[in-house]
Write a protein that binds this ligand. Structure first.
Ligand SMILES: NC(=O)c1ccc[n+]([C@@H]2O[C@H](COP(=O)([O-])OP(=O)(O)OC[C@H]3O[C@@H](n4cnc5c(N)ncnc54)[C@H](O)[C@@H]3O)[C@@H](O)[C@H]2O)c1
Length: 310
């Protein structure tokens, strides 16, 4: 049995706790908020800790998942990797690319897994689309257009680019199977001190392009992707996991079993630990996405495209 502790049991971490418990891998949990820690420790009958230091000192673990706010990821992941444990960090892996480089080096030295919560790769509709890219039935891919929109009242420690757009930045580079050559973006803020809307254009080889629009302003939850190919268009709703494929001879909706992406994502983490192999999402993906997010913000400040180092 793989023994995992969840660090940070807030809005999202409580889902990690539930799923890891279902997978029989939940060994302990940790949250700086004592009440929350005690609540979940009691609910799942596992030891709870208020500090990462006491968790790491007392428990024999194979790994952790880190579900604390973005600005704490680097310090906590450094401690965990320093103890030689496998490490799953929620997105964004780090808030700066230099911190990302340091984590990758620590994981390499410890010979442990460093992975990042780019959950959309485990969304069955995106896995299906990835297969369509490989099969080539729809012809060459041309454009990806992402919409990720909902109203958000609370204040986060990072803006929308590093919090939400990172999902679509990773999905675009994963689907196209390469890194963007150029990034151009405009961001702004309506309701928050950090940017709360972003329009991002990423240019890949052979004119392939991804558009990402993200905002915390729209009073409706929208999470969609349109993928345009030479011979067809695919529309995906990330929430319902519905996929529509439009071709010249009509529209089809591939039959799809709805599955919880977090369950698939954490299963992959546990299996990679058991098999002592690299997971689908690597620390290098987390680093690259943070680099692109930095280019997005730089482009928005300068009003110019940013050409990425190849
Ligand atoms: N993959 C996804 O779809 C998804 C969805 C939501 C959030 N997230 C990510 O999950 C992470 C957490 O987001 P959230 O919405 O749950 O935040 P949250 O604020 O609701 O919860 C964070 C929790 O971490 C605890 N915490 C903070 N610092 C700590 C420390 N040093 N040690 C121990 N506990 C500490 C807080 O007490 C709180 O309970 C973020 O990185 C976010 O981007 C991912």
């Amino acid at each position: 049995m793989v023994r995992i502790a969840v660090i940070g049991i807030g809005g999202w971490g409580k889902n990690h706790v539930r799923v890891l418990n279902e997978l029989d891998a939940l060994a302990a949990l940790c949250d700086a908020n004592r009440e929350r820690m005690q609540l979940y420790s009691k609910k799942y009958r596992v030891p709870g800790y208020e500090s990462v230091d006491s968790l790491l000192k007392k428990e024999e673990l194979d790994g952790v998942t880190i579900c604390t706010p973005a600005s704490t990821h680097f310090a906590i992941a450094s401690k965990v990797l320093g103890e030689g444990l496998n490490t799953f960090v929620e997105k964004p892996m780090t808030t700066t690319s230099s911190d990302g480089e340091s984590l990758i080096e620590m994981a390499r030295k410890a010979r442990k897994i460093l992975t990042v919560g780019f959950i959309e790769r485990f969304n069955p509709s995106i896995s299906d689309l990835k297969k369509m890219f490989a099969e080539g039935r729809l012809g060459a891919p041309i454009l990806l257009e992402f919409h990720r929109e909902n109203r958000r009242g609370d204040v986060l420690d990072v803006g929308i680019v590093k919090d939400a757009s990172v999902h679509d930045i990773d999905t675009a580079r994963w689907l196209f199977g390469e890194e963007p050559r150029v990034v151009f973006a405009r961001v702004g803020n309506v309701k928050s001190d950090n940017e709360d809307f972003a329009a991002i254009m990423m240019g890949f080889s052979e004119q392939r392009t991804a558009f990402i629009t993200t905002n915390w302003v729209t009073p409706a939850r929208v999470r969609t992707l349109e993928a345009v190919f030479e011979n067809g268009v695919v529309n995906i709703d990330f929430v319902s996991q519905q996929t529509q494929v439009h071709e010249e001879d009509g529209t089809r909706m591939p039959r799809l079993v709805v599955q919880e992406p977090l369950m698939l994502e954490l299963k992959e983490y546990l299996t990679a630990i058991e098999e002592k192999r690299q997971p689908l999402v690597r620390g290098e993906d987390g680093l690259m996405v943070t680099r692109i997010a930095e280019a997005v913000l730089a482009s928005s400040r300068s009003g110019t495209p940013i050409f990425m180092k190849q």
